[in-house]
Ligand binder design. Structure first.
Ligand SMILES: [Zn+2]
Ligand SMILES: [Zn+2]
Length: 330
C-alpha cells in the first residue's frame, strides 16, 4: 500500500512542537516520528556572500555599540592615559585597552556580517525534495513563512526573514541572529566588551584616587568638572556593560556546553536530539580543537567567493503547499 507522495497535515513544525510540548506528550508520536535531515544536505544559502540584515533598529543599535566603544576609547586615552605622568602605566594600559577594544569591534563586525546559518528561501520544491534522496517514511517540515525545508533545530527569525540553523536569538546589538555559524564571534564580542569594561572601570578608580591625591588641574587636560563628568559617564557605561555582557557570555557558553539554544529552552524543545558532549560542542562552535584561534575574531577569514548565480538561490520550481512532507513507505 502506497501513501500519497505528500501528505498534508495541519501542523507546522514550530507550532506543532510547541503544542506537543505543552500537551505533555513530550515528543513525536510513532506515526509522526521525525527523522532529522542532515544539515550537510541543506546547505547555507550564502556561505561566502556578504551578509547584512537591513533592519533600521538593528543598524541603529549596532552604530550605538560602536559609538559607546569609541567614547570609552576617547576617555581612556585622552582623559586618563595621555595626561598621566607615568609613561609605563600609560603605554601598558593603552596597548592592553586598545588591543581588547579592537578585538571587541572586530568580533562585533564578524558577528554582524557572518551568515548565522540561514536556510535558502523557497527551497521547498518537489525537485529539491527529490534531490535530497530521503528515505521512505522520513518526514521533513516546511517553514510556511519563508517556504524553505527546515533542517532539524532550525527556527524562523522574523527580523532576518529566514530560517536559521541552531538559532539562539536575534540580537539587535549585533543586528543579526546568533546561530550555528556566528556564535563564536558573538561569544568573543561579549567577552571582549566585558574585559574592556572591567579594565576601564579599574582605570577610572585609579584615576580618581590619583586626582584626589594630586591637583585636579594637573591630572587631566580637561577642566575638573568636565573630567569628573566624563569619568562618571564612563564608569556608568562600563558597569552596565560589564554586568550585561558577562551574563550574556555565561549564558552563551552554557548554551554551547549543554548543546541547547536559547530558543529551544524557551520553547521547551530540549531533549529531542542526541546531545553532544561539552568538549565536542565547544570544538564545533569554535572551529576545531582548543588553540589561540578560539580567541581570534580574525580566524576563518576566507576570500573565496562562490559564483554569483549559486548565491542566495534555492532550487527553482513550484513550491510544495504542505507544511509537513512525508516520503511514502514502499
Ligand atoms: Zn522560515
Ligand atoms: Zn534574525
Amino acid at each position: 500500500m502506497k501513501s500519497p507522495v505528500h501528505r498534508c497535515r495541519d501542523v507546522e513544525h514550530g507550532r506543532g512542537a510547541e503544542s506537543r510540548a505543552s500537551s505533555g506528550g513530550g515528543g513525536y508520536s510513532q506515526a509522526e516520528r521525525r527523522i532529522p535531515v542532515s544539515k550537510d544536505i541543506i546547505t547555507s544559502s550564502s556561505a561566502s556572500a556578504v551578509w547584512f540584515i537591513k533592519d533600521a533598529c538593528g543598524i541603529a543599535c549596532g552604530v550605538i555599540t560602536w559609538m559607546l566603544v569609541l567614547y570609552a576609547e576617547f576617555v581612556v586615552v585622552f582623559v586618563m592615559l595621555l595626561p598621566s605622568r607615568n609613561l609605563l602605566y600609560s603605554v601598558v594600559n593603552g596597548v592592553v585597552f586598545n588591543g581588547l577594544a579592537l578585538l571587541a569591534l572586530a568580533s562585533h563586525f564578524r558577528a554582524m556580517c557572518t551568515d548565522p546559518g540561514s536556510v535558502p528561501k523557497g527551497n521547498a520544491t518537489k525537485e529539491y525534495i527529490e534531490s535530497l534522496q530521503l528515505k521512505p517514511g522520513q518526514v521533513v517540515y516546511k517553514c510556511p513563512k519563508c517556504c524553505s525545508i527546515k533542517p532539524d533545530r532550525a527556527h524562523h527569525c522574523s527580523v532576518c526573514k529566514r530560517c536559521i540553523r541552531k538559532m539562539d536569538h536575534h540580537c539587535p546589538w549585533v543586528n543579526n541572529c546568533v546561530g550555528e555559524n556566528n556564535q563564536k564571534f558573538f561569544v568573543l564580542f561579549t567577552m571582549y566588551i566585558a574585559l574592556i569594561s572591567l579594565h576601564s572601570l579599574t582605570m577610572v578608580v585609579f584615576h580618581f584616587l590619583y586626582c584626589f591625591e594630586d591637583d585636579w588641574t594637573k591630572c587631566s587636560s580637561f577642566s575638573p568638572p568636565a573630567t569628573v563628568l566624563l569619568l562618571i559617564l564612563l564608569c556608568f557605561e562600563a558597569l552596565l556593560f560589564l554586568i550585561f555582557t558577562s551574563v550574556m557570555f555565561g549564558t552563551q557558553v552554557h548554551s554551547i556546553c549543554t548543546d541547547e539554544t536559547g530558543i529551544e529552552r524557551l520553547k521547551g524543545e530540549t531533549g529531542k536530539w542526541d546531545k553532544v558532549p561539552c568538549r565536542e560542542a565547544m570544538r564545533a562552535a569554535f572551529g576545531g580543537p582548543f588553540s589561540l584561534s578560539w580567541c581570534s575574531p580574525f580566524s576563518g577569514l576566507s576570500c573565496a567567493k562562490r559564483p554569483l548565480e549559486t548565491v542566495d538561490q534555492g532550487p527553482r520550481g513550484d513550491i510544495i503547499e504542505e507544511d509537513v512532507i512525508e516520503i511514502p513507505l514502499n
